[in-house]
Design a protein around this ligand. Sequence first.
Ligand SMILES: Nc1ncnc2c1ncn2[C@@H]1O[C@H](COP(=O)(O)OP(=O)(O)OP(=O)(O)O)[C@@H](O)[C@H]1O
Length: 257
Amino acid sequence: MTAALVLDRVSVALDRRPVVVDASLAVPPGCLLALVGPNGAGKTTLLRAVAGAIAWQGRIMAAGQDLAAVPPRVRAQMVAYLPQQRDIAWGLPVREVVALGRLPHIGFAAGEGAGDRAAIDRAMTAAGVEGLAARPVDRLSGGERARVLLARALAQAAPLLLVDEPTAALDPHHQLQVMEVLRGEADAGRTVVAVLHDLALAARFAHRIALMDGGRILAEGPPDAVLTPDWLARAYRVEALAGTHEGAMWVLPWRRR
Ligand SMILES: Nc1ncnc2c1ncn2[C@@H]1O[C@H](COP(=O)(O)OP(=O)(O)OP(=O)(O)O)[C@@H](O)[C@H]1O
């Protein structure tokens, strides 16, 4: 099957320092890929490159198209991105913030159509923010705001969804809800790349895991092939407990090495 996202020796330098080095990856359609690794590994930088937010060297292909040659509006229809930064400058009502996700489809001048309204409603329900629709977004808790921004990315309905630490600041119930949504998006045929620090959530929900350290992808594969004692010791310098439950892997970092 043709990969939905292909990275071919992607490198990024920030302040003339190599931050991502020769990252190569092929992610099939219908895959939830967790991008994991220690602080400073280069995960956010790699995701920002795929989102087109920073310059890169090498090749990034989505749905067979070289993203360097795709106009911004078309890219916004192809790629949705939930950045790590959750600041929202204006106190817009929540529903209006989520509706911004439809802009690549309807533009500034045109109004929302029935399909847009359905996508917005679906995204708000999936992210569990339908009860917040009229609330000003700058008066929400951190976790509520995070879910509103996830809803905005979901409303974009792009075939490639990039999410940076989507479960940070969420309570366990909402962490599971968000991971179920991301897994559901992948199972519906989209490609989802999620930067995750929580290895338990990565092991439980991701189809595949890419482990980064020092700007490089050290390992990529199914959770039980990547979250091994050796790789966890090498990348994170931790020992972890692990097992399986209901057909999924679980992992619990236990002590530093
Ligand atoms: N704007 C910038 N200018 C220069 N260096 C940067 C910039 N942003 C990040 N870096 C550096 O690039 C490296 C990778 O950062 P990045 O945010 O991609 O890591 P990460 O794996 O997402 O880390 P974390 O888990 O802490 O979020 C770090 O060493 C960081 O200090």
